[in-house]
Ligand binder design. Structure first.
Ligand code: PLP
Length: 398
């Protein structure tokens, strides 16, 4: 009944958890929601004010399909200031979130017979988009013992004559791990030699806790500007997930192809959103730092609370706003067999919503989002630990 391509993909499992938590909350159930993949902070006031002004000025019509000139210039200016890379508006397309920037790029670059390398545990959409482009995902695995670090060697080993692209997400969802500049340089040198594209998913680029070198755009631009795609987003940095605004910064011919694709699918991003995103990118950036500072405090506190139960093995992430916790000690063939079952039991018994590792191709782990208030985090940590102890007591009594 449905087209073949629908059989290759499923609904994003991260969205499934969120939907279930929302449903229960709407019924009045007291859920501690640690599943959210989005900031709990309000959108900064100056950003929202720009949107109000856009409505008042009746800036409510179609814009140029690839985005307004002022927003494309704002993206160029931001990347010049942040990374020292030079781009022109013809090399930018404004998209419905970073997701569409990645999707457009995948569809315009990859096709049947191509292999595209990405990494797991990771954000499932990257793999699904490769499949939607009829290409074959090739997965590089990262490991908890190594802090889920993205190293160059496994990427280099995964390259074959069919490799057409490499997609790297740093800081990564769900691990918060970073790839370092030297690793990107090594991958880029080989990619440049073999005419392979590199797509950087920079969705969490503003959420890095320590002042470590992470100028990945400059590393790529220096080595392979003509095959580099930088995909960014206003979602996480500026607490703008619902506004749906991202961008791809890439060579003009690719941007032109993405523009054609977008012109026959979604057209321009909402005009009002574009005004808001322009204010976000060109306005004061201290709101970003303030949110990052608060995430850092929450991260440290939540790690401390969870440390009360040593079998919840957790390492502090370098970026993003998730703890990726090894819960394999709580799984067994005659009890909770998977983290999907564990997450369901946590929702049913402890009323805590979080995301099972299977969603990120990481059985044995759960993802806890700390993009929520300290009070909710405390309630969540208490409930998780009580849940674990209650199950243990029940097991002992049997
Ligand atoms: C790793 C990663 N990349 C990209 C995105 C896309 O976000 P958006 O489309 O809101 O920019 C997300 C969203 O959760 C993400 O986790």
């Amino acid at each position: 009944m449905l087209a073949q391509r629908t059989k290759r993909i499923g609904v994003s499992p991260t969205m499934k958890v969120a939907a279930e938590a929302l449903r229960l909350k709407a019924q009045g159930v007291d859920i501690v929601d640690l599943g959210a993949g989005e900031p709990d902070f309000p959108t900064p006031q100056h950003v929202s004010r720009a949107a109000h002004a856009a409505i008042d000025a009746n800036f409510t019509k179609y814009t140029t399909n690839s985005g307004t000139d002022e927003l494309k210039r704002a993206v160029c200016e931001r990347y010049r200031a942040d990374y020292g890379v030079e781009y022109t508006p013809a090399e930018v397309i404004i998209t419905a979130g970073g997701k569409q920037a990645l999707f457009n790029s995948a569809l315009c670059l990859f096709g049947a017979g191509d292999e595209v390398i990405t990494h797991m545990p990771g954000w499932p959409t990257l793999v699904e988009q490769i499949k939607l482009a009829d290409a074959e995902p090739v997965i590089v695995r990262t490991h908890a013992e190594d802090g889920f670090r993205l190293r160059a060697e496994p990427f280099l080993r995964a390259i074959t004559p069919r490799t057409r692209g490499i997609i790297i997400n740093s800081p990564g969802n769900p691990t918060g791990a970073l790839i370092d500049e030297a690793a990107v340089a090594a991958i880029a040198d080989e990619a440049a030699r073999r005419e392979i594209w590199i797509l950087l998913d920079l969705c969490y680029e503003k959420l890095i806790y320590d002042a470590v070198p992470h100028n990945l755009p400059a590393v790529l631009v220096k080595r392979m500007r003509d095959r580099t795609v930088l995909c960014g987003s206003s979602s996480k940095a500026y607490a703008m997930t619902g506004w749906r605004c991202g961008w791809a910064v890439a060579p003009a011919p690719l941007v032109a192809a993405c523009n054609a694709l977008q012109s026959h699918s979604t057209s321009n991003v909402c005009s009002i959103t574009q005004k808001a995103a322009t204010a976000a990118l060109t306005g004061p950036q201290d709101c970003v730092t303030a949110m990052l500072d608060e995430y850092r405090v929450r991260r440290d506190q939540m790690c401390e609370w969870l440390a009360a139960e040593p079998r919840l093995r957790v390492a502090k992430p370098s970026g993003a706003f998730y703890l990726f916790v090894d819960v394999s000690d709580f799984l067994s063939p005659d009890g909770l067999r998977t983290t999907a079952e564990l997450a369901q039991a946590l929702l049913d018994d402890a009323r805590v919503a979080l995301t099972p590792g299977e969603a990120f191709d990481a059985p044995g782990f759960i993802r806890i989002s700390y993009a929520t208030s300290m009070q909710e985090l405390k309630r969540g940590a208490d409930r998780i630990i009580e849940f674990v102890h209650a199950r243990e007591a029940r097991a002992l009594a049997q």
